[in-house]
Design a protein around this ligand. Structure first.
Ligand code: S3P
Length: 193
């Protein structure tokens, strides 16, 4: 299942790693803390951390805004699916996914077969505060009012996010450390640990 994009030297994991624990997959909207909390969870669980957006940028040698501007969203989504297929083939990973990943049913099926999907949520005001300059977030830069755009996208995606997730952690009023603790606990409980 390797695509032309997947050059041979892009190994996802060191060959020697034999962690067979289910993946811990963080899904949810931009600004809910997936990458920050994911890194903290990986450290606490002694698991490898992967970020699907970072892998897309690495694989294409383009930034996410560049991809949207130069190649378009459908191209981005194709690469995203390839990266998700590859990640879901591994175990023992904490994976922070891009906000659009759960909108694709194949992505969801593969990820759910690979481990636990935790949906991170946050209030739209908190999201707006956290996301920073919208030019880094091409989907929020569309339209005049980023807050309205956040609300509209959240409403559009809510059902898909909830359907994909095994459990939900709201990060609006917690520090990344506090949220990571909750996520780690959920992971341990579902693993019977
Ligand atoms: C997207 C979210 C972004 C990135 C891209 C599209 C989305 O990731 O994948 O800009 O569709 O919500 P983050 O959720 O990590 O910001």
């Amino acid at each position: 299942m390797r695509s032309a994009l997947a050059a041979g030297n892009h190994t996802m994991l060191p060959e020697t790693r034999t962690d067979r624990r289910p993946n811990l997959v963080l899904i949810g909207f931009m600004g809910t803390g997936k990458s920050t909390i994911g890194r903290l969870c990986a450290r606490r669980l002694d698991m490898e951390f992967r970020d699907s957006d970072a892998l897309i940028e690495q694989r294409t040698n383009l930034s996410i805004p560049q991809i949207f501007a130069e190649k378009g969203e459908p191209w981005f989504r194709r690469i995203e699916r390839i990266i998700i297929q590859e990640l879901a083939a591994h175990r023992g990973l904490v994976i922070a996914t891009g906000g659009g990943v759960p909108l694709d049913s194949d992505n969801v099926e593969l990820l759910r077969a690979s481990g636990l999907l935790v949906l991170l949520t946050a209030h739209p005001d908190v999201i707006l505060e956290r996301v920073g300059p919208v030019h880094r977030r091409p989907l929020l830069a569309q339209g005049a009012d980023p807050k309205e755009r956040i609300r509209a996208l959240l409403e559009e995606r809510e059902a898909a996010y909830r359907k994909a997730a095994h459990c939900v952690v709201d990060t609006s009023h917690s520090s990344p450390e506090e949220s990571a603790e909750k996520v780690v606990l959920l992971y341990k409980v579902t693993q019977g640990g």
